[in-house]
Structures are given as C-alpha cells and as structure tokens.
Design a protein around this ligand. Structure first.
Ligand SMILES: Nc1ncnc2c1ncn2[C@@H]1O[C@H](COP(=O)(O)OP(=O)(O)OP(=O)(O)O)[C@@H](O)[C@H]1O
Length: 293
C-alpha cells in the first residue's frame, strides 16, 4: 500500500486542553479516507494541521514522505464549509476567478462535467440551491487538479436526493485516482464512500480500519427486533435481551436458532425485523453516543 499522508504522534494543546492527543495514522494513496468522531473530538484540528493551516504543538505530518510546508497548498484542494463567494459573480465567472490564482488548473470543461455544473453556469452564485452551491465549492476545491481533496462535512444541510447526487460526484473523483479525505457526521455517507476510517474521541483515536472489517470485528452478530409488548418479560430477562425504544433487541449469531426459540415460546413474529450492524451501531458502541447527538 502506497501512502500519501502520514500523521505521526500529533499533539495540539490549547492551555490545559489537548485537542489532539498523540494521534498517528497513515492515509493510503487513492480512495476515500474518513475521519469521524463526535463534536469536539479533534477532527477539524487534525485536518487543519494536515492542511498546513495551523501548526502542531508536536508530532509530524508527512506528505509523500516530506514534512508539510507552504508548497502543499498547490497540491491539495480544500472544500471549506463556508467559502466566501464573490458577490455578483456567476458560477462561470467564479470558476474563472479561482482558476486565475493557480498556475496549473484542471480544464474548465472537465471541471464542469465532473461537478455537474452545466445547468447553472450563468447563474449568480448567491442564487444557487444548497446542493448546487456544494457542487460549486467542490469544483473550487478541484480547480488546481489536486492529488488530495479535503471535504469537511460536504453534505451537511442537503436534502437526501442532493446528498446522493453529491456522493456520486465524490465517487467520480475517487475514480480519477485522487485521494479524498472526508469528515462527516453521517454514518451512511462514510459507509458509502470511505475505504478506511479513523474514529476519534477526546483527541485520541479509538478505532481505525476498513469499515467492513471493523463491523466484523465488533459485531459477529445481527440484530432481531420485536415490539416489547409481544415478548414475555421473563423470556427477556432469562436471555439478557435489551430493551431499546419500545423494542426488544436480540443480538444473535444464529438467526434460525433464535427464531425457533421465539416460535417455541409462541411469540408473534409478524412485527419482527432483522438488521445487520452498520457504522452507526459501531459508533454508538465505541463512543457511547450517536454521532449526531
Ligand atoms: N483555537 C482554539 N482554542 C481553544 N480551544 C480550541 C480551539 N480550537 C479547538 N478547540 C477545542 O479543541 C477541541 C477539538 O475541537 P475540534 O474543532 O478539532 O473538534 P471536531 O471534532 O472538529 O468537532 P466538530 O465536529 O464539532 O467540528 C474542542 O474541545 C474545541 O473546543
């Protein structure tokens, strides 16, 4: 595995607080790397040190084996949550303006296609919908044809359809052999896009790996749910089943056996449903709270 960024023993302290507390990870070249964690976990601080925006108290970030310096700005693209767009400029004029800041740029037509901008090129950038604005901000992050693109919560506030469209754009970018570094509060987004995730909490890494392998490691099981009023209390107690949101939650590695037991105990099964663990469950298990609390 070829790495593009290495983060080594990173620490960032603010007075008494270690916002980032001895964090190390390696980002493989190509694919999508996700940095996840609840509010205040230290994600933005870590990312901003990687981007060269703020300096670390100690530790190193290596980009292609070299310490990060001011040249990194030419090789990376950053989609900020709130980029100030110039008033009175159309989308096309905004692309022209940002392209003028760089010596090397992606051909504009390619950028327009990659980010699906053609429908609203002549629109004043203040009049864009949330999804259109995000596509323009993505195009601005890609304007210098960077090898690494940082996306900080790129779909926050978008409707489900716009989020799905945006995921497709990110997949297109991945297929161009660029490395995408993503922070997100949406676990379905991480599951769809990320090849590797690092989960942070309180400034430290609490887990990292490929999403599928992490799910296998933490949950060898599936979940069966039944309405609480349909399962006798003593059966729940005997088996140590949990009660969550008016549902009995049964974690099992043998669905057939569990269902046979429920049938034997004459539990009605018409409202039963079965679910595999997902990243939301993993997050809850690791941090004790869900990501969007
Ligand atoms: N400039 C600063 N001065 C003091 N404390 C800071 C500063 N920047 C961040 N912090 C603190 O460092 C901790 C980590 O913040 P950070 O923004 O990195 O978290 P985050 O994981 O990105 O959270 P969110 O998901 O809410 O953006 C927080 O407790 C925050 O209050």
């Amino acid at each position: 595995m070829q790495s593009i960024i290495e983060v080594q023993h990173l620490v960032k302290s603010y007075q008494q607080l270690n916002a980032v507390n001895d964090v190390s990870f390696t980002i493989p070249k190509g694919g999508c790397f996700g940095l996840l964690g609840p509010n205040g976990a230290g994600k933005t601080t870590t990312i901003e040190i990687m981007e060269g925006i703020i300096s670390a108290s100690s530790g190193n970030v290596l980009y292609k084996g070299q310490a990060v310096n001011e040249h990194i700005a030419h090789e990376i693209g950053i989609q900020f949550q709130h980029t100030a767009l110039q008033d009175f400029l159309t989308v096309k004029e905004t692309l022209d303006l940002f392209a003028s800041f760089y010596q090397k740029t992606l051909p504009q037509q390619q950028l327009i296609e990659l980010c699906d901008l053609s429908e609203f090129l002549d629109r004043d950038s203040r009049l864009l919908s949330g999804g259109q604005r995000q596509r323009l901000l993505l195009a601005l992050a890609l304007i210098n044809d960077p090898e690494v693109v940082f996306l900080d919560e790129p779909t926050t506030g978008l409707d489900p359809q716009a989020r799905r469209n945006f995921w497709q754009l990110i997949k297109n970018i991945k297929s161009q052999n660029k490395t995408v570094i993503l922070t997100t509060h949406y676990m379905d987004e991480a599951e769809q896009l990320c090849d590797y995730i690092v989960v942070m909490d309180h400034g430290k890494i609490i887990e990292q790996g490929e999403p599928e392998l992490l799910l296998k490691k933490h949950f060898g099981h599936v979940f069966i749910y039944l309405p609480v009023e349909q399962v006798p209390d003593d059966l729940v107690t005997q088996n140590g089943w949990r009660i969550q949101d008016e549902q009995i939650e049964i974690e099992t590695d043998n669905v057939e056996q569990t269902i046979s037991l429920l049938i034997k105990e004459q539990v009605p099964l018409d409202a039963l449903h079965v679910k595999s663990a997902n990243l939301d469950d993993l997050f809850l298990k690791l941090t004790g709270h869900s990501l969007r609390e």
